[in-house]
Design a protein around this ligand. Sequence first.
Ligand SMILES: [Zn+2]
Length: 793
Amino acid sequence: MKMKVLGLLLSSLFLNLTAQNIQNNPGSNHGNKFEQLGTILPTPNVYRTASGAPGDQYWQNRADYDISAYLDEDKRNLKGSETITYHNNSPDNLDYLWLQLDENQQSNVKNADFQYSSTIPSVTTTERLRPTELPAQDNGYGVNIEKVTDASGKPLHFTVNKTMMRIDLPKVLKKGETIVFKIDWNYNIPNRMEKGGRGGYEYFPEDGNDLYTMTQWYPRMCVYSDFHGWQNYQFTGRGEFALNFGNFKVQMNVPADHIVGSTGVCKNYAEVLTPEQLARYHKAENASEPIEIVTLDEARKAEKSKSKQRKTWVFEASDVRDFAWTSSRKFVWDGMKVLIPENNNKVMAMSFYGKEAYGLYRKFSTKAVAHTIKTYSEFTIPYPYPVAQSVEAANGMEYPMICFNYGRTEKDGTYSEAIKNGMIGVVIHEVGHNFFPMIINSDERQWTWMDEGLNTFVEYLTEEKWDNKFPSKRGPAWTIVDYMKLPKDELEPIMTNSENIERFGPNAYSKPATGLNILRETIMGRELFDKAFKTYAQRWAFKHPEPADFFRTMEDASGEDLDWFWRGWFYGTDPVDISIDKVTTATPDFDGTPKSRQITYTVDKPDTPDFDDISKIRNREDKNITFLTDTDKNLQDFYYRYDRSEEKVDTVKKYTISNEPMEKATAKDISKLKNITAYQIDFSNKGGMVMPIILEFTFEDGSKLRDRIGAQIWRHNENKVSKAYYFDKKLKSVQLDPMLETADIDTSNNYWSASGSHETAMSKFQVFKEKEGKNVRGGANGKVNPMQAAEKK
Ligand SMILES: [Zn+2]
């Protein structure tokens, strides 16, 4: 019986409180901002665990490549022949294989035809105004598949669907089996500067030479995975790539006066370099400052003529997901050694650039490469590859061990601060992609944020470590504010497929990077965040992570429930706009008459329902069920006997419990507390995205205090919360988010000043003393610490 009374008391208290909350906030609704992501995330399984780690039966398929390429500079054509060894490590039988023919994106008849809507412009140019040709005439670009055969040379049936090619296997490829097949192809290399795209040539009219960037240049295996089956979404030029790990051996036959930079390690420098260049290369291998392997003078000289001879460069790379290279006679080439302390890896950092970029690249490129792989190694995993390279090619695009960047000087070698910072930023960004997605190998075709967002975040940390005053444009919370201010119909969730994203840069780069920075600096703190982020990198290095693996690992390794953050920042579009609506002030009044606050509840009738529910009726009808109240059954089987006849049911209808007996405060109490002023700050969530509330109090005596309230304060009411503070000095002003760390889009409602228009009349609150030993709510736990939660600045 005692238990029952207490239960009633508790539930009536709870009802009281709930009713009070609703009354205080009319019209407020409790949404789902703090609910678990639950079914939004895929169900964990033996391949991917609920902790976010790879499961004990995790698998991934593998593709090894042996490729010969012939670069015809006169025809601007690339001819290739490849042998692919594909390993089916999946538990599934494969009837066919899918490969990517990315170069078909450059063809106007073989491309994926993902068009954008268009309107007649009010102003245009004669260059742009061309008659529409329907049907489109073949522009001659795209992959020409010459043949597809098995290892013995027997043709294999294949079908090209725009940028994807399916090879039908004569016999099913079973679990654990390997297939070897060959593809010969060629394509006309497009002028990248005119046609756009990641690979092609750039022509330099001043000296008449080309700079080739050979990317997505060979038919590449699609990824077959536990979470997606074949990833064969079309390539439109936007959503990047999903690729398997494998080993590569590539031979590039190029004009003899070209210099080749490539993914992997060159196996025949002795055959392709002059003895002087080879000696300089070996010197650079141990140098702590960049050394020119091909000098500016040599590059200038090479530009003046075109060799009719040919040379073959041979490169090999292990455990890479892709392979890219560059070739030109314009290149200056420098290199130096970088030691990665975490794994004692001696890396050759190198740069390739024309005279047009010499003034910037000679000074900064290789050093930025070295700084990047060192810094990323601290925050993720130690850089595992033997080389890391930056190539100046007037763009920004990443591949394993090699990337293409921009940053050219004026003719006289000078450059602006903006160009310099842009160049350093792009080198850090593209080199950083070695980690995301080249090693932590996410599916870029589906999720752009998983590589661009994570990479942009570590890029920010790396820029910061390069130069504490580096003008980073992505990462700090305040830099995302203009984007988050946009009307809702211009915003999409970060969790949006790459092809469907409007405002690609802010959505896929800045917003996720900013979110991670807010998690690190404001929500989790550096220690918890860094460990969790590193755990994600370690768990998924050389594997294929999915968003849930990231979300789960960040929580699993930190002990922070971040579902509210993923829900709001990654799945939602709401901005942060927290407002200080009102500050109410009050001083203690010790003079009132003591009284006991009473809690009363009424029981109008016994708590037995008027009707029996169907389950009770059916239980009674079921003769196989024994009830405790059945005295004639085998009651000895029960350890406890419930006998209704023993019960004295209390039929009194009304209970009154006096739970807070109080008396007048003593002179000693009053002398200690008389200077207290209470401040109640009312906040509203105008933006929608919940966030921690960070307050800076400035007092009349000039001193300051800061308080940081976790976002969970919003969990009972997502729209309005209040917080009461008791200070023994007068508050002059309150500033919300003083360091601009939450990306609050409207800071005009983040400030209150005692002398400002927000001031409200001072009221009183009565203070009595609790009668000792009679506090029903239980001593110290029921009391409020007047200086609660305030931290010293
Ligand atoms: Zn990028």
